[in-house]
Design a protein around this ligand. Structure first.
Ligand code: GDP
Length: 158
């Protein structure tokens, strides 16, 4: 039987600016996800570079950082069975033109870059990404001797 899982979802600046964030949240809830955390954040360039470090050096990296810092984003910790895979299915392919009918990127995405949403791609990245924005979710199981969540705060940011 599938287990409850957490994943990180981001509503990107294009969707927040064009006021479809509420609609996206509504779609997420209708698809059985429980929102365990939700925050609006305006990433700095250093934070966006850290978050997308795996893409450093690629031709689209600088544009991606510029895009992700152009306005606020909404970050969410989502929970359901197979949350990581189910959220990626609901997002659709990176390029909205390649995304399947009935996916968020197909409905709302403007281009491969401005594709409205992010989702963790594997269980380890999901754990790191959720803990980065919502350290309190893991605090019960990850408190260090000082009582502070291990690695929480800016030093943990990647
Ligand atoms: P994702 O997991 O579907 O979000 O895709 P990736 O992890 O491969 O890429 C991260 C983000 O970088 C994407 O969601 C896009 O916003 C952007 N991106 C990826 N590939 C390209 C590309 O070829 N061109 C441009 N302009 N942006 C891209």
């Amino acid at each position: 039987m599938s287990q409850l899982e957490l994943t990180l979802a981001i509503i990107k600046p294009d969707a927040v600016t064009s006021r479809i964030a509420g609609e996206i949240v509504s779609i997420i809830e209708r698809h059985g996800f429980r929102i365990r955390g939700l925050r609006m954040v305006h990433l700095t360039a250093a934070e966006a570079e850290g978050f997308y470090a795996v893409h450093r050096g690629k031709p689209f990296f600088r544009g991606l950082v510029k895009f992700m810092t152009e306005g606020p984003i909404i970050v969410m910790a989502l929970e359901r069975e197979d949350a990581i895979q189910k959220w990626r299915e609901l997002m659709g392919a990176t390029d909205p033109e390649q995304a399947a009918e009935g996916t968020i990127r197909r409905w709302f995405g403007a281009s491969t870059q401005r594709n409205t949403v992010h989702g963790s791609d594997a269980s380890e990245t999901a754990r790191v990404e959720v803990a980065y924005f919502f350290p309190e979710i893991f605090s019960a199981s990850s408190r260090g001797p000082s009582g502070k969540p291990r690695g929480a705060g800016p030093a943990r940011r990647r």
